[in-house]
Design a protein around this ligand. Structure first.
Ligand code: PXG
Length: 457
């Protein structure tokens, strides 16, 4: 293609002049110059300077089956030739959309059998918000509209998803938040547990915050509680085992729906098709995106309980939908992607092999490092806490800057990972084997050693 004729400098200049990037300090980026990613294969991305970089983030938590899957390209190509687009509004469907909805229903918990499609995780969360509120209205309880979410939650960047999310920096940049959302503490024991409190006790205390919020709002006003099974962009916060069952019990007690945002945790990342299954909980809605197509096409879904789907079905037209709801190409790619995950046993591998192996390798490489306060993992999600003092867990004054130093050192040493506040994150493709895991642990150690030279001098 003709863009191959451009030099890196030319592309950077054009990008600087015209391309506004998401979640980016644009002036800073322009000074630094953006990295041009040109191609990728398997577990590696390649930039225009000829560097091969091990992708510890699966793109943005999404390329579950790794890069360069011809099968997915073929699925898209064939579907584009056969039917590139048609809507699903006017009493029409298309084969990939119908078959994908069935496939997802089969993989989801038994009581969830209806799927509503969108094009992004943010959209799917907007759909979930509207849908639970509409559900309660149809049930004759329109006052049940408040959704309780958590601090530091990331549910997307639309106004509704930002209002539901718990990122204070984002709240500062949207004018007034939408009404009807409350935020409670996240189950983040590394920073929030009291002295002497066990993890199990902390999990119950964090769940109690949900109950307190329900009582504060009045259960008759609360539609749902929403959470990522493991907070992703908030810093791979893995709740204690006591947390989710207790949250579920509280939701039942007060007739409050449980909405899970499985945009990151879906499609094998936690060692089950969905984290609801890993954690033994029964949600009423599940939002999915990212791994649904391994990022090869934009697609998202909301999976609904039979109770919600049937209630809404019984109430006439639901005025909600997107041009790309049930997009045939995206759905065809998703079906082929799910086939790969299934055929290659990636879910089982994450659960029994690669998940535990990644955590073990990082613990072995880093647990004794002077900058490391904790290494934790669940499935193929891992986090490393950066501290100034291992004993007291004191953070650096600018802990986010410390994490950026580690991240840049890792990229320099050949691995892409993510810095969130004072935490380093890994969320690799599910195709990683012991070889990539060992390589990741080795590079992480190099990066922490280099950062240590700068931060601990
Ligand atoms: N829910 C969760 C749990 C997510 O992680 C979304 C919803 C929104 O999805 P869309 O497709 O609208 O982006 C996400 C997205 C980061 C980062 O910095 C994470 C996401 C997006 C952008 C950046 O880790 N997650």
């Amino acid at each position: 293609m003709s863009y191959r004729n451009y030099t890196t400098a030319q592309l950077q200049e054009i990008d600087n002049a015209h391309h506004m990037h998401p979640f980016t300090d644009s002036d800073g980026l322009r000074k630094e110059g953006t990295r041009v990613i040109t191609h990728a294969d398997g577990a590696y991305i390649h930039d225009s300077e000829g560097n091969a970089i091990l992708d510890g983030m699966a793109g943005l938590w999404c390329v579950n089956v790794g890069y360069g899957r011809e099968e997915l390209a073929t699925a898209a190509y064939e579907q584009m030739q056969e039917l590139p687009y048609y809507n699903t509004f006017f009493k029409t469907t298309n084969p990939p959309a119908a078959l994908l909805a069935k496939r997802i229903a089969e993989l989801a918990p038994d009581h969830m059998n209806q799927v509503f499609f969108g094009a992004s995780g943010s959209e799917s969360n907007d759909t979930a918000i509207r849908t639970v509120r509409h559900y309660w209205a149809v049930k004759g309880k329109p006052e049940k509209h408040i959704i309780i979410a958590r601090e530091n939650a990331y549910h997307g960047s639309t106004i509704a998803a930002t209002s539901m999310g718990g990122m204070s920096a984002m709240h500062g940049q949207m004018g007034p938040a939408l009404p009807g959302f409350m935020h409670v503490m996240a189950p983040y024991d590394f920073e929030e547990a009291h002295e002497g409190e066990t993890r199990a006790e902390f999990g119950l205390r964090a769940a109690k915050a949900v109950e307190d919020a329900i009582l504060e709002a009045g259960a008759e006003n609360v539609a749902a509680f929403v959470g990522e099974p493991i907070q992703g962009a908030g810093g791979v916060k893995i709740p204690p085992e006591t947390y989710w069952p207790e949250v579920q019990r509280i939701c039942h007690k007060y007739d409050v729906l449980l909405m899970l945002d499985e945009v990151i945790t879906g499609f094998g990342r936690t060692g089950a098709w969905f984290a609801a299954q890993s954690m033994g909980i029964q949600p009423d809605t599940m939002t999915l995106a990212k791994g649904i197509t391994s990022g090869y096409q934009p697609l998202s879904a909301v999976v609904l309980s039979d109770e919600i789907a049937n209630t809404i079905a019984s109430s006439g037209e639901y005025f909600h939908g997107y041009t790309y709801s049930g997009h045939p190409v995206a759905c065809a790619v998703a079906l082929a992607n799910i086939d790969i995950i299934d055929r290659e046993g990636l879910v089982e591998r994450v659960r029994g092999e690669t998940g535990p192996a990644l955590t073990n390798a990082l613990v072995e490489a880093l647990a004794d490092h002077p900058l490391v306060g904790e290494v934790r993992g669940f499935g193929l999600l891992a986090a490393i806490e950066i501290v100034k003092d291992r004993q007291t867990r004191e953070r650096f004054d600018d802990s986010a800057e410390a994490a950026v130093i580690v991240r840049d050192a890792a990229i320099e040493a050949g691995m892409m990972l993510r810095a969130v506040g004072g935490t380093m994150i890994l969320s690799p493709p599910l195709i990683w084997t012991q070889k990539e895991i060992d390589e990741a642990a080795r590079i992480a150690r190099v990066a922490f050693d280099r950062a240590g030279e700068e931060l601990l001098k």
